[in-house]
Design a protein around this ligand. Structure first.
Ligand SMILES: Nc1nc2c(c(=O)[nH]1)N=C([C@H](O)[C@H](O)COP(=O)(O)OP(=O)(O)OP(=O)(O)O)CN2
Length: 200
């Protein structure tokens, strides 16, 4: 069984080296719609795959990082990167070009790492992200599936968020904790879902 939760962000980018002139030569933005599809092998105590409300914590903060932010490929020139860093508070530096495809892959990768670092508290099964669909416009979207991570070789440390982005997270240390957990430097999972008082 699969559930789907929708998120939105307003983001800016340039997609270098693509065929569309407007897209590769000019900074522009989109109202992105992100659909996150989660699956599991069983229902939790509330008879859900994963409570939609729980996606509004770390997962939402990861996606919302891209809101009113410039998504920048780290291959950009030093001059361009310095300009963005000095003139725009909210930006993310990524090891891939910010196409719809790479947004979908990056978000799938980050949400997967986040779920692995989350302690579930309501009898959930093996909850995992099965795909992420990123709508760049009304007419075009890209969807990344878990198997696509095979040709996606970057590490968590390769994605960096500006301080202004981090400052708006519920926990400004969230990404550091994620990095530490996946490096084996934390004994316990850093993200703990709320305890649920059950009637049945
Ligand atoms: N496979 C992809 N193709 C394109 C991407 C992409 O991420 N993946 N991105 C772009 C541009 O960012 C562009 O802004 C969107 O292109 P397009 O769909 O052509 O936008 P339009 O609004 O012009 O499309 P309509 O057909 O008018 O809806 C380009 N390609």
């Amino acid at each position: 069984m699969i559930i789907r939760k929708k998120f939105k962000f307003e983001g800016a980018h340039i997609v270098r080296d693509c065929s569309s002139d407007r897209c590769k030569k000019s900074l522009h933005g989109h109202s992105y719609v992100v659909e996150v599809f989660l699956s599991s092998n069983k229902l939790d105590f509330g008879h859900m795959i994963y409570d939609f409300g729980l996606t509004k914590g770390t997962i939402k903060d990861i996606i919302d990082s891209f809101d009113h932010a410039y998504a920048m490929w780290d291959k950009e020139s030093d001059e361009f990167k310095t300009f963005i860093r000095n003139n725009s508070e909210r930006y993310i530096e990524m090891p891939v070009s910010p196409s719809a495809e790479c947004f979908a892959l990056t978000l799938l990768f980050l949400i997967d790492k986040t779920l692995q670092a989350t302690e579930f508290k309501n009898g959930e099964g093996k909850v995992s992200v099965s795909s992420v669909r990123v709508h760049e416009t009304d007419t075009g979207y890209a969807e990344a599936f878990r198997k696509d991570l095979d040709w996606f070789t970057f590490e968590l440390a390769d994605v960096t968020f500006s301080q202004a982005v981090k400052d708006e997270w519920k926990d400004a240390e969230m990404y550091d904790k994620l990095l530490m957990y996946h490096k084996g430097e934390l004994d316990a999972k850093p993200f703990v879902n709320p305890q649920v008082e059950r009637i049945f």
